[in-house]
Design a protein around this ligand. Sequence first.
Ligand SMILES: Cc1ncc(COP(=O)(O)O)c(C=O)c1O
Length: 386
Amino acid sequence: MRIYLDHNATTPVDPLVVEVMTRALTEDFGNPSSVHYFGQQAKARVDDARGAVAALIGAEPSEIVFTSGGTEADNFAIRGAAEALEPSGRRHLITSGIEHEAVLNTFKALAKRGWKITMLPVDASGIVSPDALRAAITDDTALVSLMQANNEIGTIQPVAALAAIAHERGVLFHTDAVQSAGKIPVNVRALGVDLLSLSAHKFYGPKGIGVLWIRRGTRMVPFLMGGRQERSRRASTENVPGILGMGGAAGLARKKLADEATRVAGLRDRLEQRILTTVPRTAVNGARDPRVPNTTNISFERVEAESLLIALDLEGIAVSTGSACSSGTLEPSHVLRAMGLPAHRTQSSIRFSLGAANTEEQIDRVAGLLPRVVEKLRSLAGAAVR
Ligand SMILES: Cc1ncc(COP(=O)(O)O)c(C=O)c1O
């Protein structure tokens, strides 16, 4: 039995979504810009999908821009808004050290082009303080980008409060909701943000399709030049199968969210509790509340995280040492480092991210195995030191 506990890296595509996408590849193959029947058929389906994604986040369909994924949504949000604000003379941007690379590397690129960047400090809780944001905003600030849920530790930022602080000073607010959508209710009006990123493959949709939600009236400079697709905000013929898949996944996520969040939180808490009580010298990284229901990040002191990942993989259990982009390297997680955790915590941390296919039986198998696996790795490490 293989057990998949890496749903924050990606999720399996829901079988109903596969059906929708298969139909899109065979029947709805038209180009939505074409005037004839085939084109209009595809356009109607894309419009339905746009409506389904909008409904998941409490938005208007006309505010949804389909992108090639969460990374493009983040890049577009930050660069598009920053460039649109360039003539205003505002040249300062704010983010935090625990953001996804899609945000951090966009900020770095803008820094090279002369933008001033402030990285907000985050303490061991993994939560950005509203006071820190208030203190960082200047008359020069154009945009703040702070994620809603962190991909490595699952903590949820007080986005509504943070966005309100930005707006008091006339500053735009972007949030990366890639890890929160489908896990907790996300409503763009309640959050009061201007820009919000989504990625379908984190909620049982396909890879390579995402959304940037742009509040009506927000000025953006597009960075794909070409045709007039997506109301001229993102050129290129629509990825119809991807869009329909994302629409299908959004509809399912909306329907299942409440029940699934409760079920998965129960499993996550069971796993966490069993690890903390049966494996010595373990600790949860980041605040346990507020946190998305499926994620726990735990340090197993005196165990190399990669060794534990491989030992678990050999037992058929898939976990992660942090973000998928940095696994395979021995670099400790930038998130845990930004939180100020010591090396013995950052180098021994494992992310368990649960999802739809996980059962109590699976969780009990993982929890039952871990004390032995960890004990063995610790004794090997001890022998190596001696
Ligand atoms: C918080 C966050 N933002 C953005 C992304 C990038 O999304 P995509 O893989 O669709 O480009 C990810 C994916 O790992 C993520 O976890």
